[in-house]
Design a protein. Structure first.
Lengths: 335, 341
């Protein structure tokens, strides 16, 4: 009996909060992402009907592919209550390594890169889980290391894939309903991760840690191992991000495509209904989040806002949605 | 929590030996840092004789100035147990606001000191927003300030617009930072001034003591009547103000306006604060310790470049040092039940 006390305590607290707010949060987490997506979509279509007829959604899907990859990884890490600030730089470093590896190792190089980035993720997770340092500080550190790695391996210039780039390029050029294969790979990953989170022991365990880590430990969950898995998944998804970058542009550079994926990735995860405090995410909704975030530049252009002000919108979106979801949900200490 | 003073609780112990022991402990960490600093200086002087030249000393002072100024604000925020990631965004906005309102190549209008005030106010407003959202809406500071980082960058980009680069045209303004006073660049004196103010605030004022109390144990601080929210908002606003000061000096150094004027600042400041020995959990550390951390990192970066190491390694080195410092600090508390997000 004693071991279940924390979970019970939590249940009691949940019962005392007004049911209306819980309902709102539940509703938001289920339907919010799709609703926001539809709203932005309709707004763009209303202001600019060409968006529908000239394959605008195909472009959005293409833009969203790399964001979707890092966002899914971020959602898994956020779900255990941590954050991974290094995942975008990991993608970029992976893309540069992939560009360098492709001429030599050919078809096996994507697998090598996926292994490498997964190892990076496990490295992050290992430090967070076993040395108990705050994840934002640790991943800020690894972000710096990966950035340096990207600069060093690329000699601070663009690396072009000199050979064997076609088979990855097909992922970008082969299209279904206007959207590239890369987007569908992301979609498939979202479904797989959704399944893992809903129906496997590992997935349920990760969500439990995000909801109440102390409770999870007392219930016998291996909190440290599960955190390593979460960061490992983030690393793997970053590796897929690397593949998308190379497939789309055939080159990688420290300040080219993919160098500013961090914020769109977090924004997509949060717009996709992922709780910043952990314990709530739905990878399928993250797909809507990624699509919405990719439409922001287009929406900016349609509304006549300076297109370069994107980061302003992303920043505001992160703060306001985090605020909206947290409002009234916690009364304790906020660091 | 990170609390070294637990020994003082026991009333039976000999007071003299306790104060002795605490003093040693307090001195050990900074002494190790100072020793490392001297070791680095000696090594780099041997590797490249130019390192120890007067000219490079001025360089070092100039390079240390910005992280010193930002570091004071970052230390106060971290002492609360919070974090401020919005530094680079605020620097961009404030720096650009200053350039656009001073005499520049885009417009004739020169608002003089008002430009300075407007830029500082920009920083304060961003900081106030950070503090208000953290305390009133209860969003964790790393999320708020991460968002504000990019809001600041976006705001700066909007200010920048699509016209030509705004270059500072008044030579008195654009040369201010590198002008020597008593042998040291003005930017360094500004930093010294800020550090001294920071030390006084933290050690001698009620606000400063409250910051330490909140970082140590927020519940006790609140229960003993400290206005926790007000202090937190003040600290975030102060941090915003200092980021703005740094942004203005950075813009003056560059001689023109750019949204990315603060690029890389976060990467020197946070590691410097942590290396100095300020705990990310809050309540332990100080401004002078951060100053030591900044000097150490500045000497390291400058020395490595003079020794012929590519600048590409800089952020990686800072990152590795950050990881080593936080892991070292958290090592004794890595209990399985301890929750680290």
């Amino acid at each position: 009996m004693k071991t279940s006390t924390p979970t019970e305590a939590r249940a009691v607290i949940d019962n005392t909060t007004p049911p209306k707010k819980i309902q709102f949060r539940k509703l938001w987490q289920t339907f919010g992402p799709a609703t926001i997506f539809l709203a932005v979509f309709l707004m763009i279509s209303a202001f600019n009907p060409n968006f529908l007829t000239s394959g605008g959604m195909g472009i959005v899907a293409t833009l969203s592919a790399p964001i979707l990859m890092v966002a899914l990884g971020q959602a898994i890490v956020l779900n255990v209550g941590s954050i991974d600030l290094s995942n975008a730089s990991m993608s970029l470093l992976g893309a540069i390594l992939l560009a360098l590896a492709l001429p030599n190792f050919g078809v096996t190089s994507p697998i090598i890169i996926l292994l490498v980035t997964t190892a990076f993720g496990i490295f992050n997770g290992f430090f967070v889980a076993y040395t108990k340092v705050p994840s934002f500080a640790l991943t800020l550190g690894t972000l710096g290391i990966f950035q340096s790695g990207a600069l060093v391996f690329s000699n601070a210039t663009a690396v072009y894939v000199s050979d064997n780039k076609d088979f990855l390029g097909h992922l970008h050029t082969t299209k279904l309903a206007g959207a590239p294969t890369t987007f569908f790979i992301g979609l498939a990953m979202a479904v797989i991760l959704w399944f893992v989170l809903r129906y496997t022991k590992v997935g349920r365990g990760m969500t439990a840690i995000g909801l109440n880590e102390t409770g999870a430990v007392y219930s016998g969950l291996k909190n440290r191992g599960l955190k390593v898995v979460a960061f490992g998944i983030s690393g793997f998804m970053s590796g897929l991000g690397s593949l998308v970058i190379i497939a789309q542009s055939g080159s990688a550079s420290p300040n080219g495509l993919g160098s500013d994926l961090l914020l769109p990735g977090i924004a997509a995860a949060i717009v996709g209904g992922t709780s910043i405090l952990g314990g709530a995410t739905n990878p399928i909704n993250v797909v809507f989040g990624a699509l919405t975030v990719s439409m922001i530049p287009i929406a900016n252009a349609v509304l006549g806002v300076n297109a370069q002000a994107q980061s302003l919108v992303y920043g505001l979106a992160i703060i306001s949605i985090a605020a909206l979801m947290l409002n009234g949900s916690r009364s304790g200490i906020v660091k | 929590m990170a609390n070294n003073n637990s020994g003082t609780i026991s009333p039976s112990a000999n007071t003299a030996s306790i104060s002795n022991r605490i003093n040693w402990r307090r001195l050990a960490e900074p002494s190790a840092l100072i020793a490392t600093l001297f070791a680095l200086i000696i090594i780099f002087s041997i590797l490249n004789p130019r390192f120890a030249s007067v000219e490079n000393l001025r360089n070092l002072m100039d390079q240390a100035a910005l992280p010193l100024i930002i570091g004071v604000g970052a230390t106060l925020v971290i002492l609360l147990g919070s974090i401020d990631l919005s530094i680079e965004g605020i620097m961009g906005s404030a720096g650009l606001a200053f350039v656009l309102l001073s005499a520049n190549s885009r417009s004739e209008s020169d608002f003089g000191l008002l430009a300075l005030l407007a830029a500082l106010l920009t920083g304060i407003i961003f900081g106030l927003l950070n503090g208000l959202i953290v305390t009133k809406v209860k969003v964790p500071s790393f999320v708020v300030t991460l968002g504000m980082w990019f809001v600041g960058l976006g705001f700066a980009t909007v200010l920048y617009g699509t016209e030509t680069i705004p270059v500072l045209t008044n030579p008195e303004v654009s040369s201010w930072s590198s002008t020597l006073t008593f042998g040291a660049p003005n930017s360094f004196w500004a930093a010294v001034f800020v550090v001294i103010l920071g030390v006084i605030t933290l050690i001698l004022t009620k606000t400063g003591r409250s910051i330490m109390a909140i970082g140590n144990n927020e519940v006790i601080a609140r229960n003993s009547g400290i206005r926790v929210d007000r202090i937190k908002i003040t600290v975030f606003a102060l941090a915003g103000l200092l980021s703005a000061v740094a942004g203005i000096i950075a813009a003056i150094k560059l001689g023109s306006g750019s949204p990315s004027v603060g690029l890389g600042s976060l990467f020197i400041t946070i590691p410097a604060v942590v290396i100095g020995g300020t705990a990310l959990a809050g309540g332990k550390g100080g401004v002078l310790r951060t100053a030591l951390g900044v000097l150490l990192l500045t000497v390291l970066n400058n020395g490595l470049i003079l020794a012929g190491v590519s600048p590409s390694f800089q952020s990686g080195l800072a990152g590795a040092i950050l990881i080593a410092a936080i892991v070292f600090a958290a090592w004794s508390q890595r209990d399985r039940l301890r929750i680290a997000k």
